[in-house]
Write a protein that binds this ligand. Structure first.
Ligand SMILES: Cc1ncc(COP(=O)(O)O)c(C=O)c1O
Length: 448
């Protein structure tokens, strides 16, 4: 038996016992049994109190929080002299910390790829509130990669006065494309701060922060090892963090704040960015989770997911109607090169007309297959993939009845005839060939 098959049997027996086919790893990983048990033993056997005090219960929690910070730095091979770890509720909160505090101004720029999660898109609202332009770099079909020459010309254009932030995902949660990490030094050489959204990349790929030195990295831990939910982090270069101007202060973030003196002093480093009481009981489980992944080996996980993704793409691509029309149109690379285990597509009927993604989801649900449909909080990826144009969107959004409210059904009416979403299957830590087979059987049922 392969090590990952043994792991599946040992840590996730319920998957096969309950006859579940889980193909939604980009949304979240599954909970391994030993991680849960290790954490429960710790909580049961120790007295853990709220940190930020010297009492014994508090000191123990503080020590576990410090250990978790060291574990994160170690896992990503980050130099502790260069980087700090700020614990957050999730990747979204990490991104918001940067967006709300970045010194955008009218001489600066916020540059981002079309292919981004909404939590990165949303930062444009902070930029625009400070009169800073936000500019999108398109991705190009069929592979949904960025044109390198286009990006290079935007990154190397000089704009010397303002602060400039460039944000992109190391791996797309829409198409699975892995965007080049060597954009990081290129952008930095030309004066950009780089925000790397690593949320969809790190569950199956090594991110070495001594090799690549983005200014900010956003992360949610449940995507890497399934448990706990509710903890993420911002890994930030100290020099970049010093540029940020927090818009407020809160419990836990100051050294001194005064009512009558009307002043506050922000704590240095990570403390100045962790608002209120952290999820302190969960932090030891972050260490345990990272140890769990390290014990399997991220390269082992990567290899296995890459191989099964290749198999899935090959088999899906081979499915054809008797009319000769292909069943599926994949949005993103059809080969395994520079892509992860996220595969997004729509099915088509024998006449080449798209099938509603909701019908695929219904049939998958009935077969106990967990996949996901829609646009996955990545509207730029969806618009490019589905061929929805800026002018179509503008005419829809500018109708008087849509000024303040637009339901998904209104949206469907607006872009009549086009798909509004797609189907996504995503492979991960303990996907096996039988999961791929189960999905292909589901796909074949659309040929009949
Ligand atoms: C690429 C990417 N970025 C950011 C996020 C946001 O993560 P969270 O919802 O945990 O904040 C996700 C979640 O799916 C993601 O896939």
């Amino acid at each position: 038996m392969e090590p990952l098959d043994e792991l599946r049997a040992r840590e996730y027996p319920r998957l096969d016992e309950l006859g579940q086919v889980y193909l939604d790893y980009t949304a979240g990983n599954l909970v391994p049994q030993t991680l849960l048990e290790r954490h429960m033993h710790l909580l049961r056997d120790h007295v853990l109190g709220n940190p930020h005090s010297t009492n014994p219960a508090s000191s123990l929690t503080t020590a576990y929080a410090a250990l978790a910070r060291r574990s994160v730095l170690e896992f990503f091979n980050a130099d502790p002299d260069e980087y700090v770890v700020i614990f957050t509720a999730n990747a979204t909160q990490a991104l918001k910390l940067v967006g709300e505090a970045y010194p955008f101004n009218s001489d600066g720029e916020y540059l981002l790829t079309f292919d981004n999660h909404n939590s990165v898109n949303g930062i444009r609202e902070f930029a625009r509130a400070k009169q800073c332009p936000a500019t999108y770099v398109p991705v190009v079909l069929p592979d949904m990669r960025v044109d390198d020459a286009d990006l290079t010309s935007r990154l190397t254009r000089s704009r010397p006065n303002g602060h400039r932030l460039f944000a992109y995902p190391a791996q797309s949660n829409f198409s699975g494309v892995q965007h080049p990490l060597d954009w990081i030094p290129l952008a930095q050489e030309h004066g950009w701060d780089v925000l790397l959204d690593a949320a969809a990349f790190t569950p199956t790929n090594r991110l070495d922060l001594r090799r690549w030195r983005p200014d900010f990295v956003s992360q949610s831990f449940y995507k890497i090892f399934g448990y706990p939910t509710g903890v993420g982090c911002l890994i930030a270069r100290k020099a970049a963090l010093a540029k940020l101007k927090r818009p407020w202060f809160a419990g836990g973030t100051i050294t001194v704040a005064s009512v009558q003196g009307d002043k506050f002093y922000l704590a240095e480093g990570e403390s100045g960015f962790e608002d209120g009481t952290p999820d302190y009981l969960a932090l030891p489980a972050v260490t345990f989770g990272l140890e769990y992944i390290a014990s399997i080996g991220i390269d082992t996980i990567h290899k296995r997911v890459a191989s099964l993704t290749g198999l899935l793409l090959e088999r899906l691509g081979a499915l054809k109607h008797s009319s000769g029309h292909p069943l599926a149109r994949v949005y993103g690379p059809r080969l395994g090169d520079r892509r992860g285990g996220t595969v997004t597509f729509n099915f088509y009927d024998p006449n080449g007309r798209p099938l509603d993604h909701r019908s695929v989801e219904e049939r998958a649900n009935a077969a106990r297959i967990s996949l996901r449909t829609g646009c996955f909080c990545n509207p730029g990826g969806g618009e490019i993939a589905l061929g929805i144009t800026g002018s179509e969107l503008a005419s829809c959004f500018h109708q008087p009845e849509h000024e303040t409210r637009l339901t998904i059904d209104d949206f469907r009416m607006c872009i009549d005839g086009k798909s509004t979403g797609a189907v996504r299957v995503s492979l991960g830590l303990v996907t096996n060939a039988e999961d791929v087979n189960a999905f292909i059987r589901l796909a074949e049922s659309f040929l009949r």
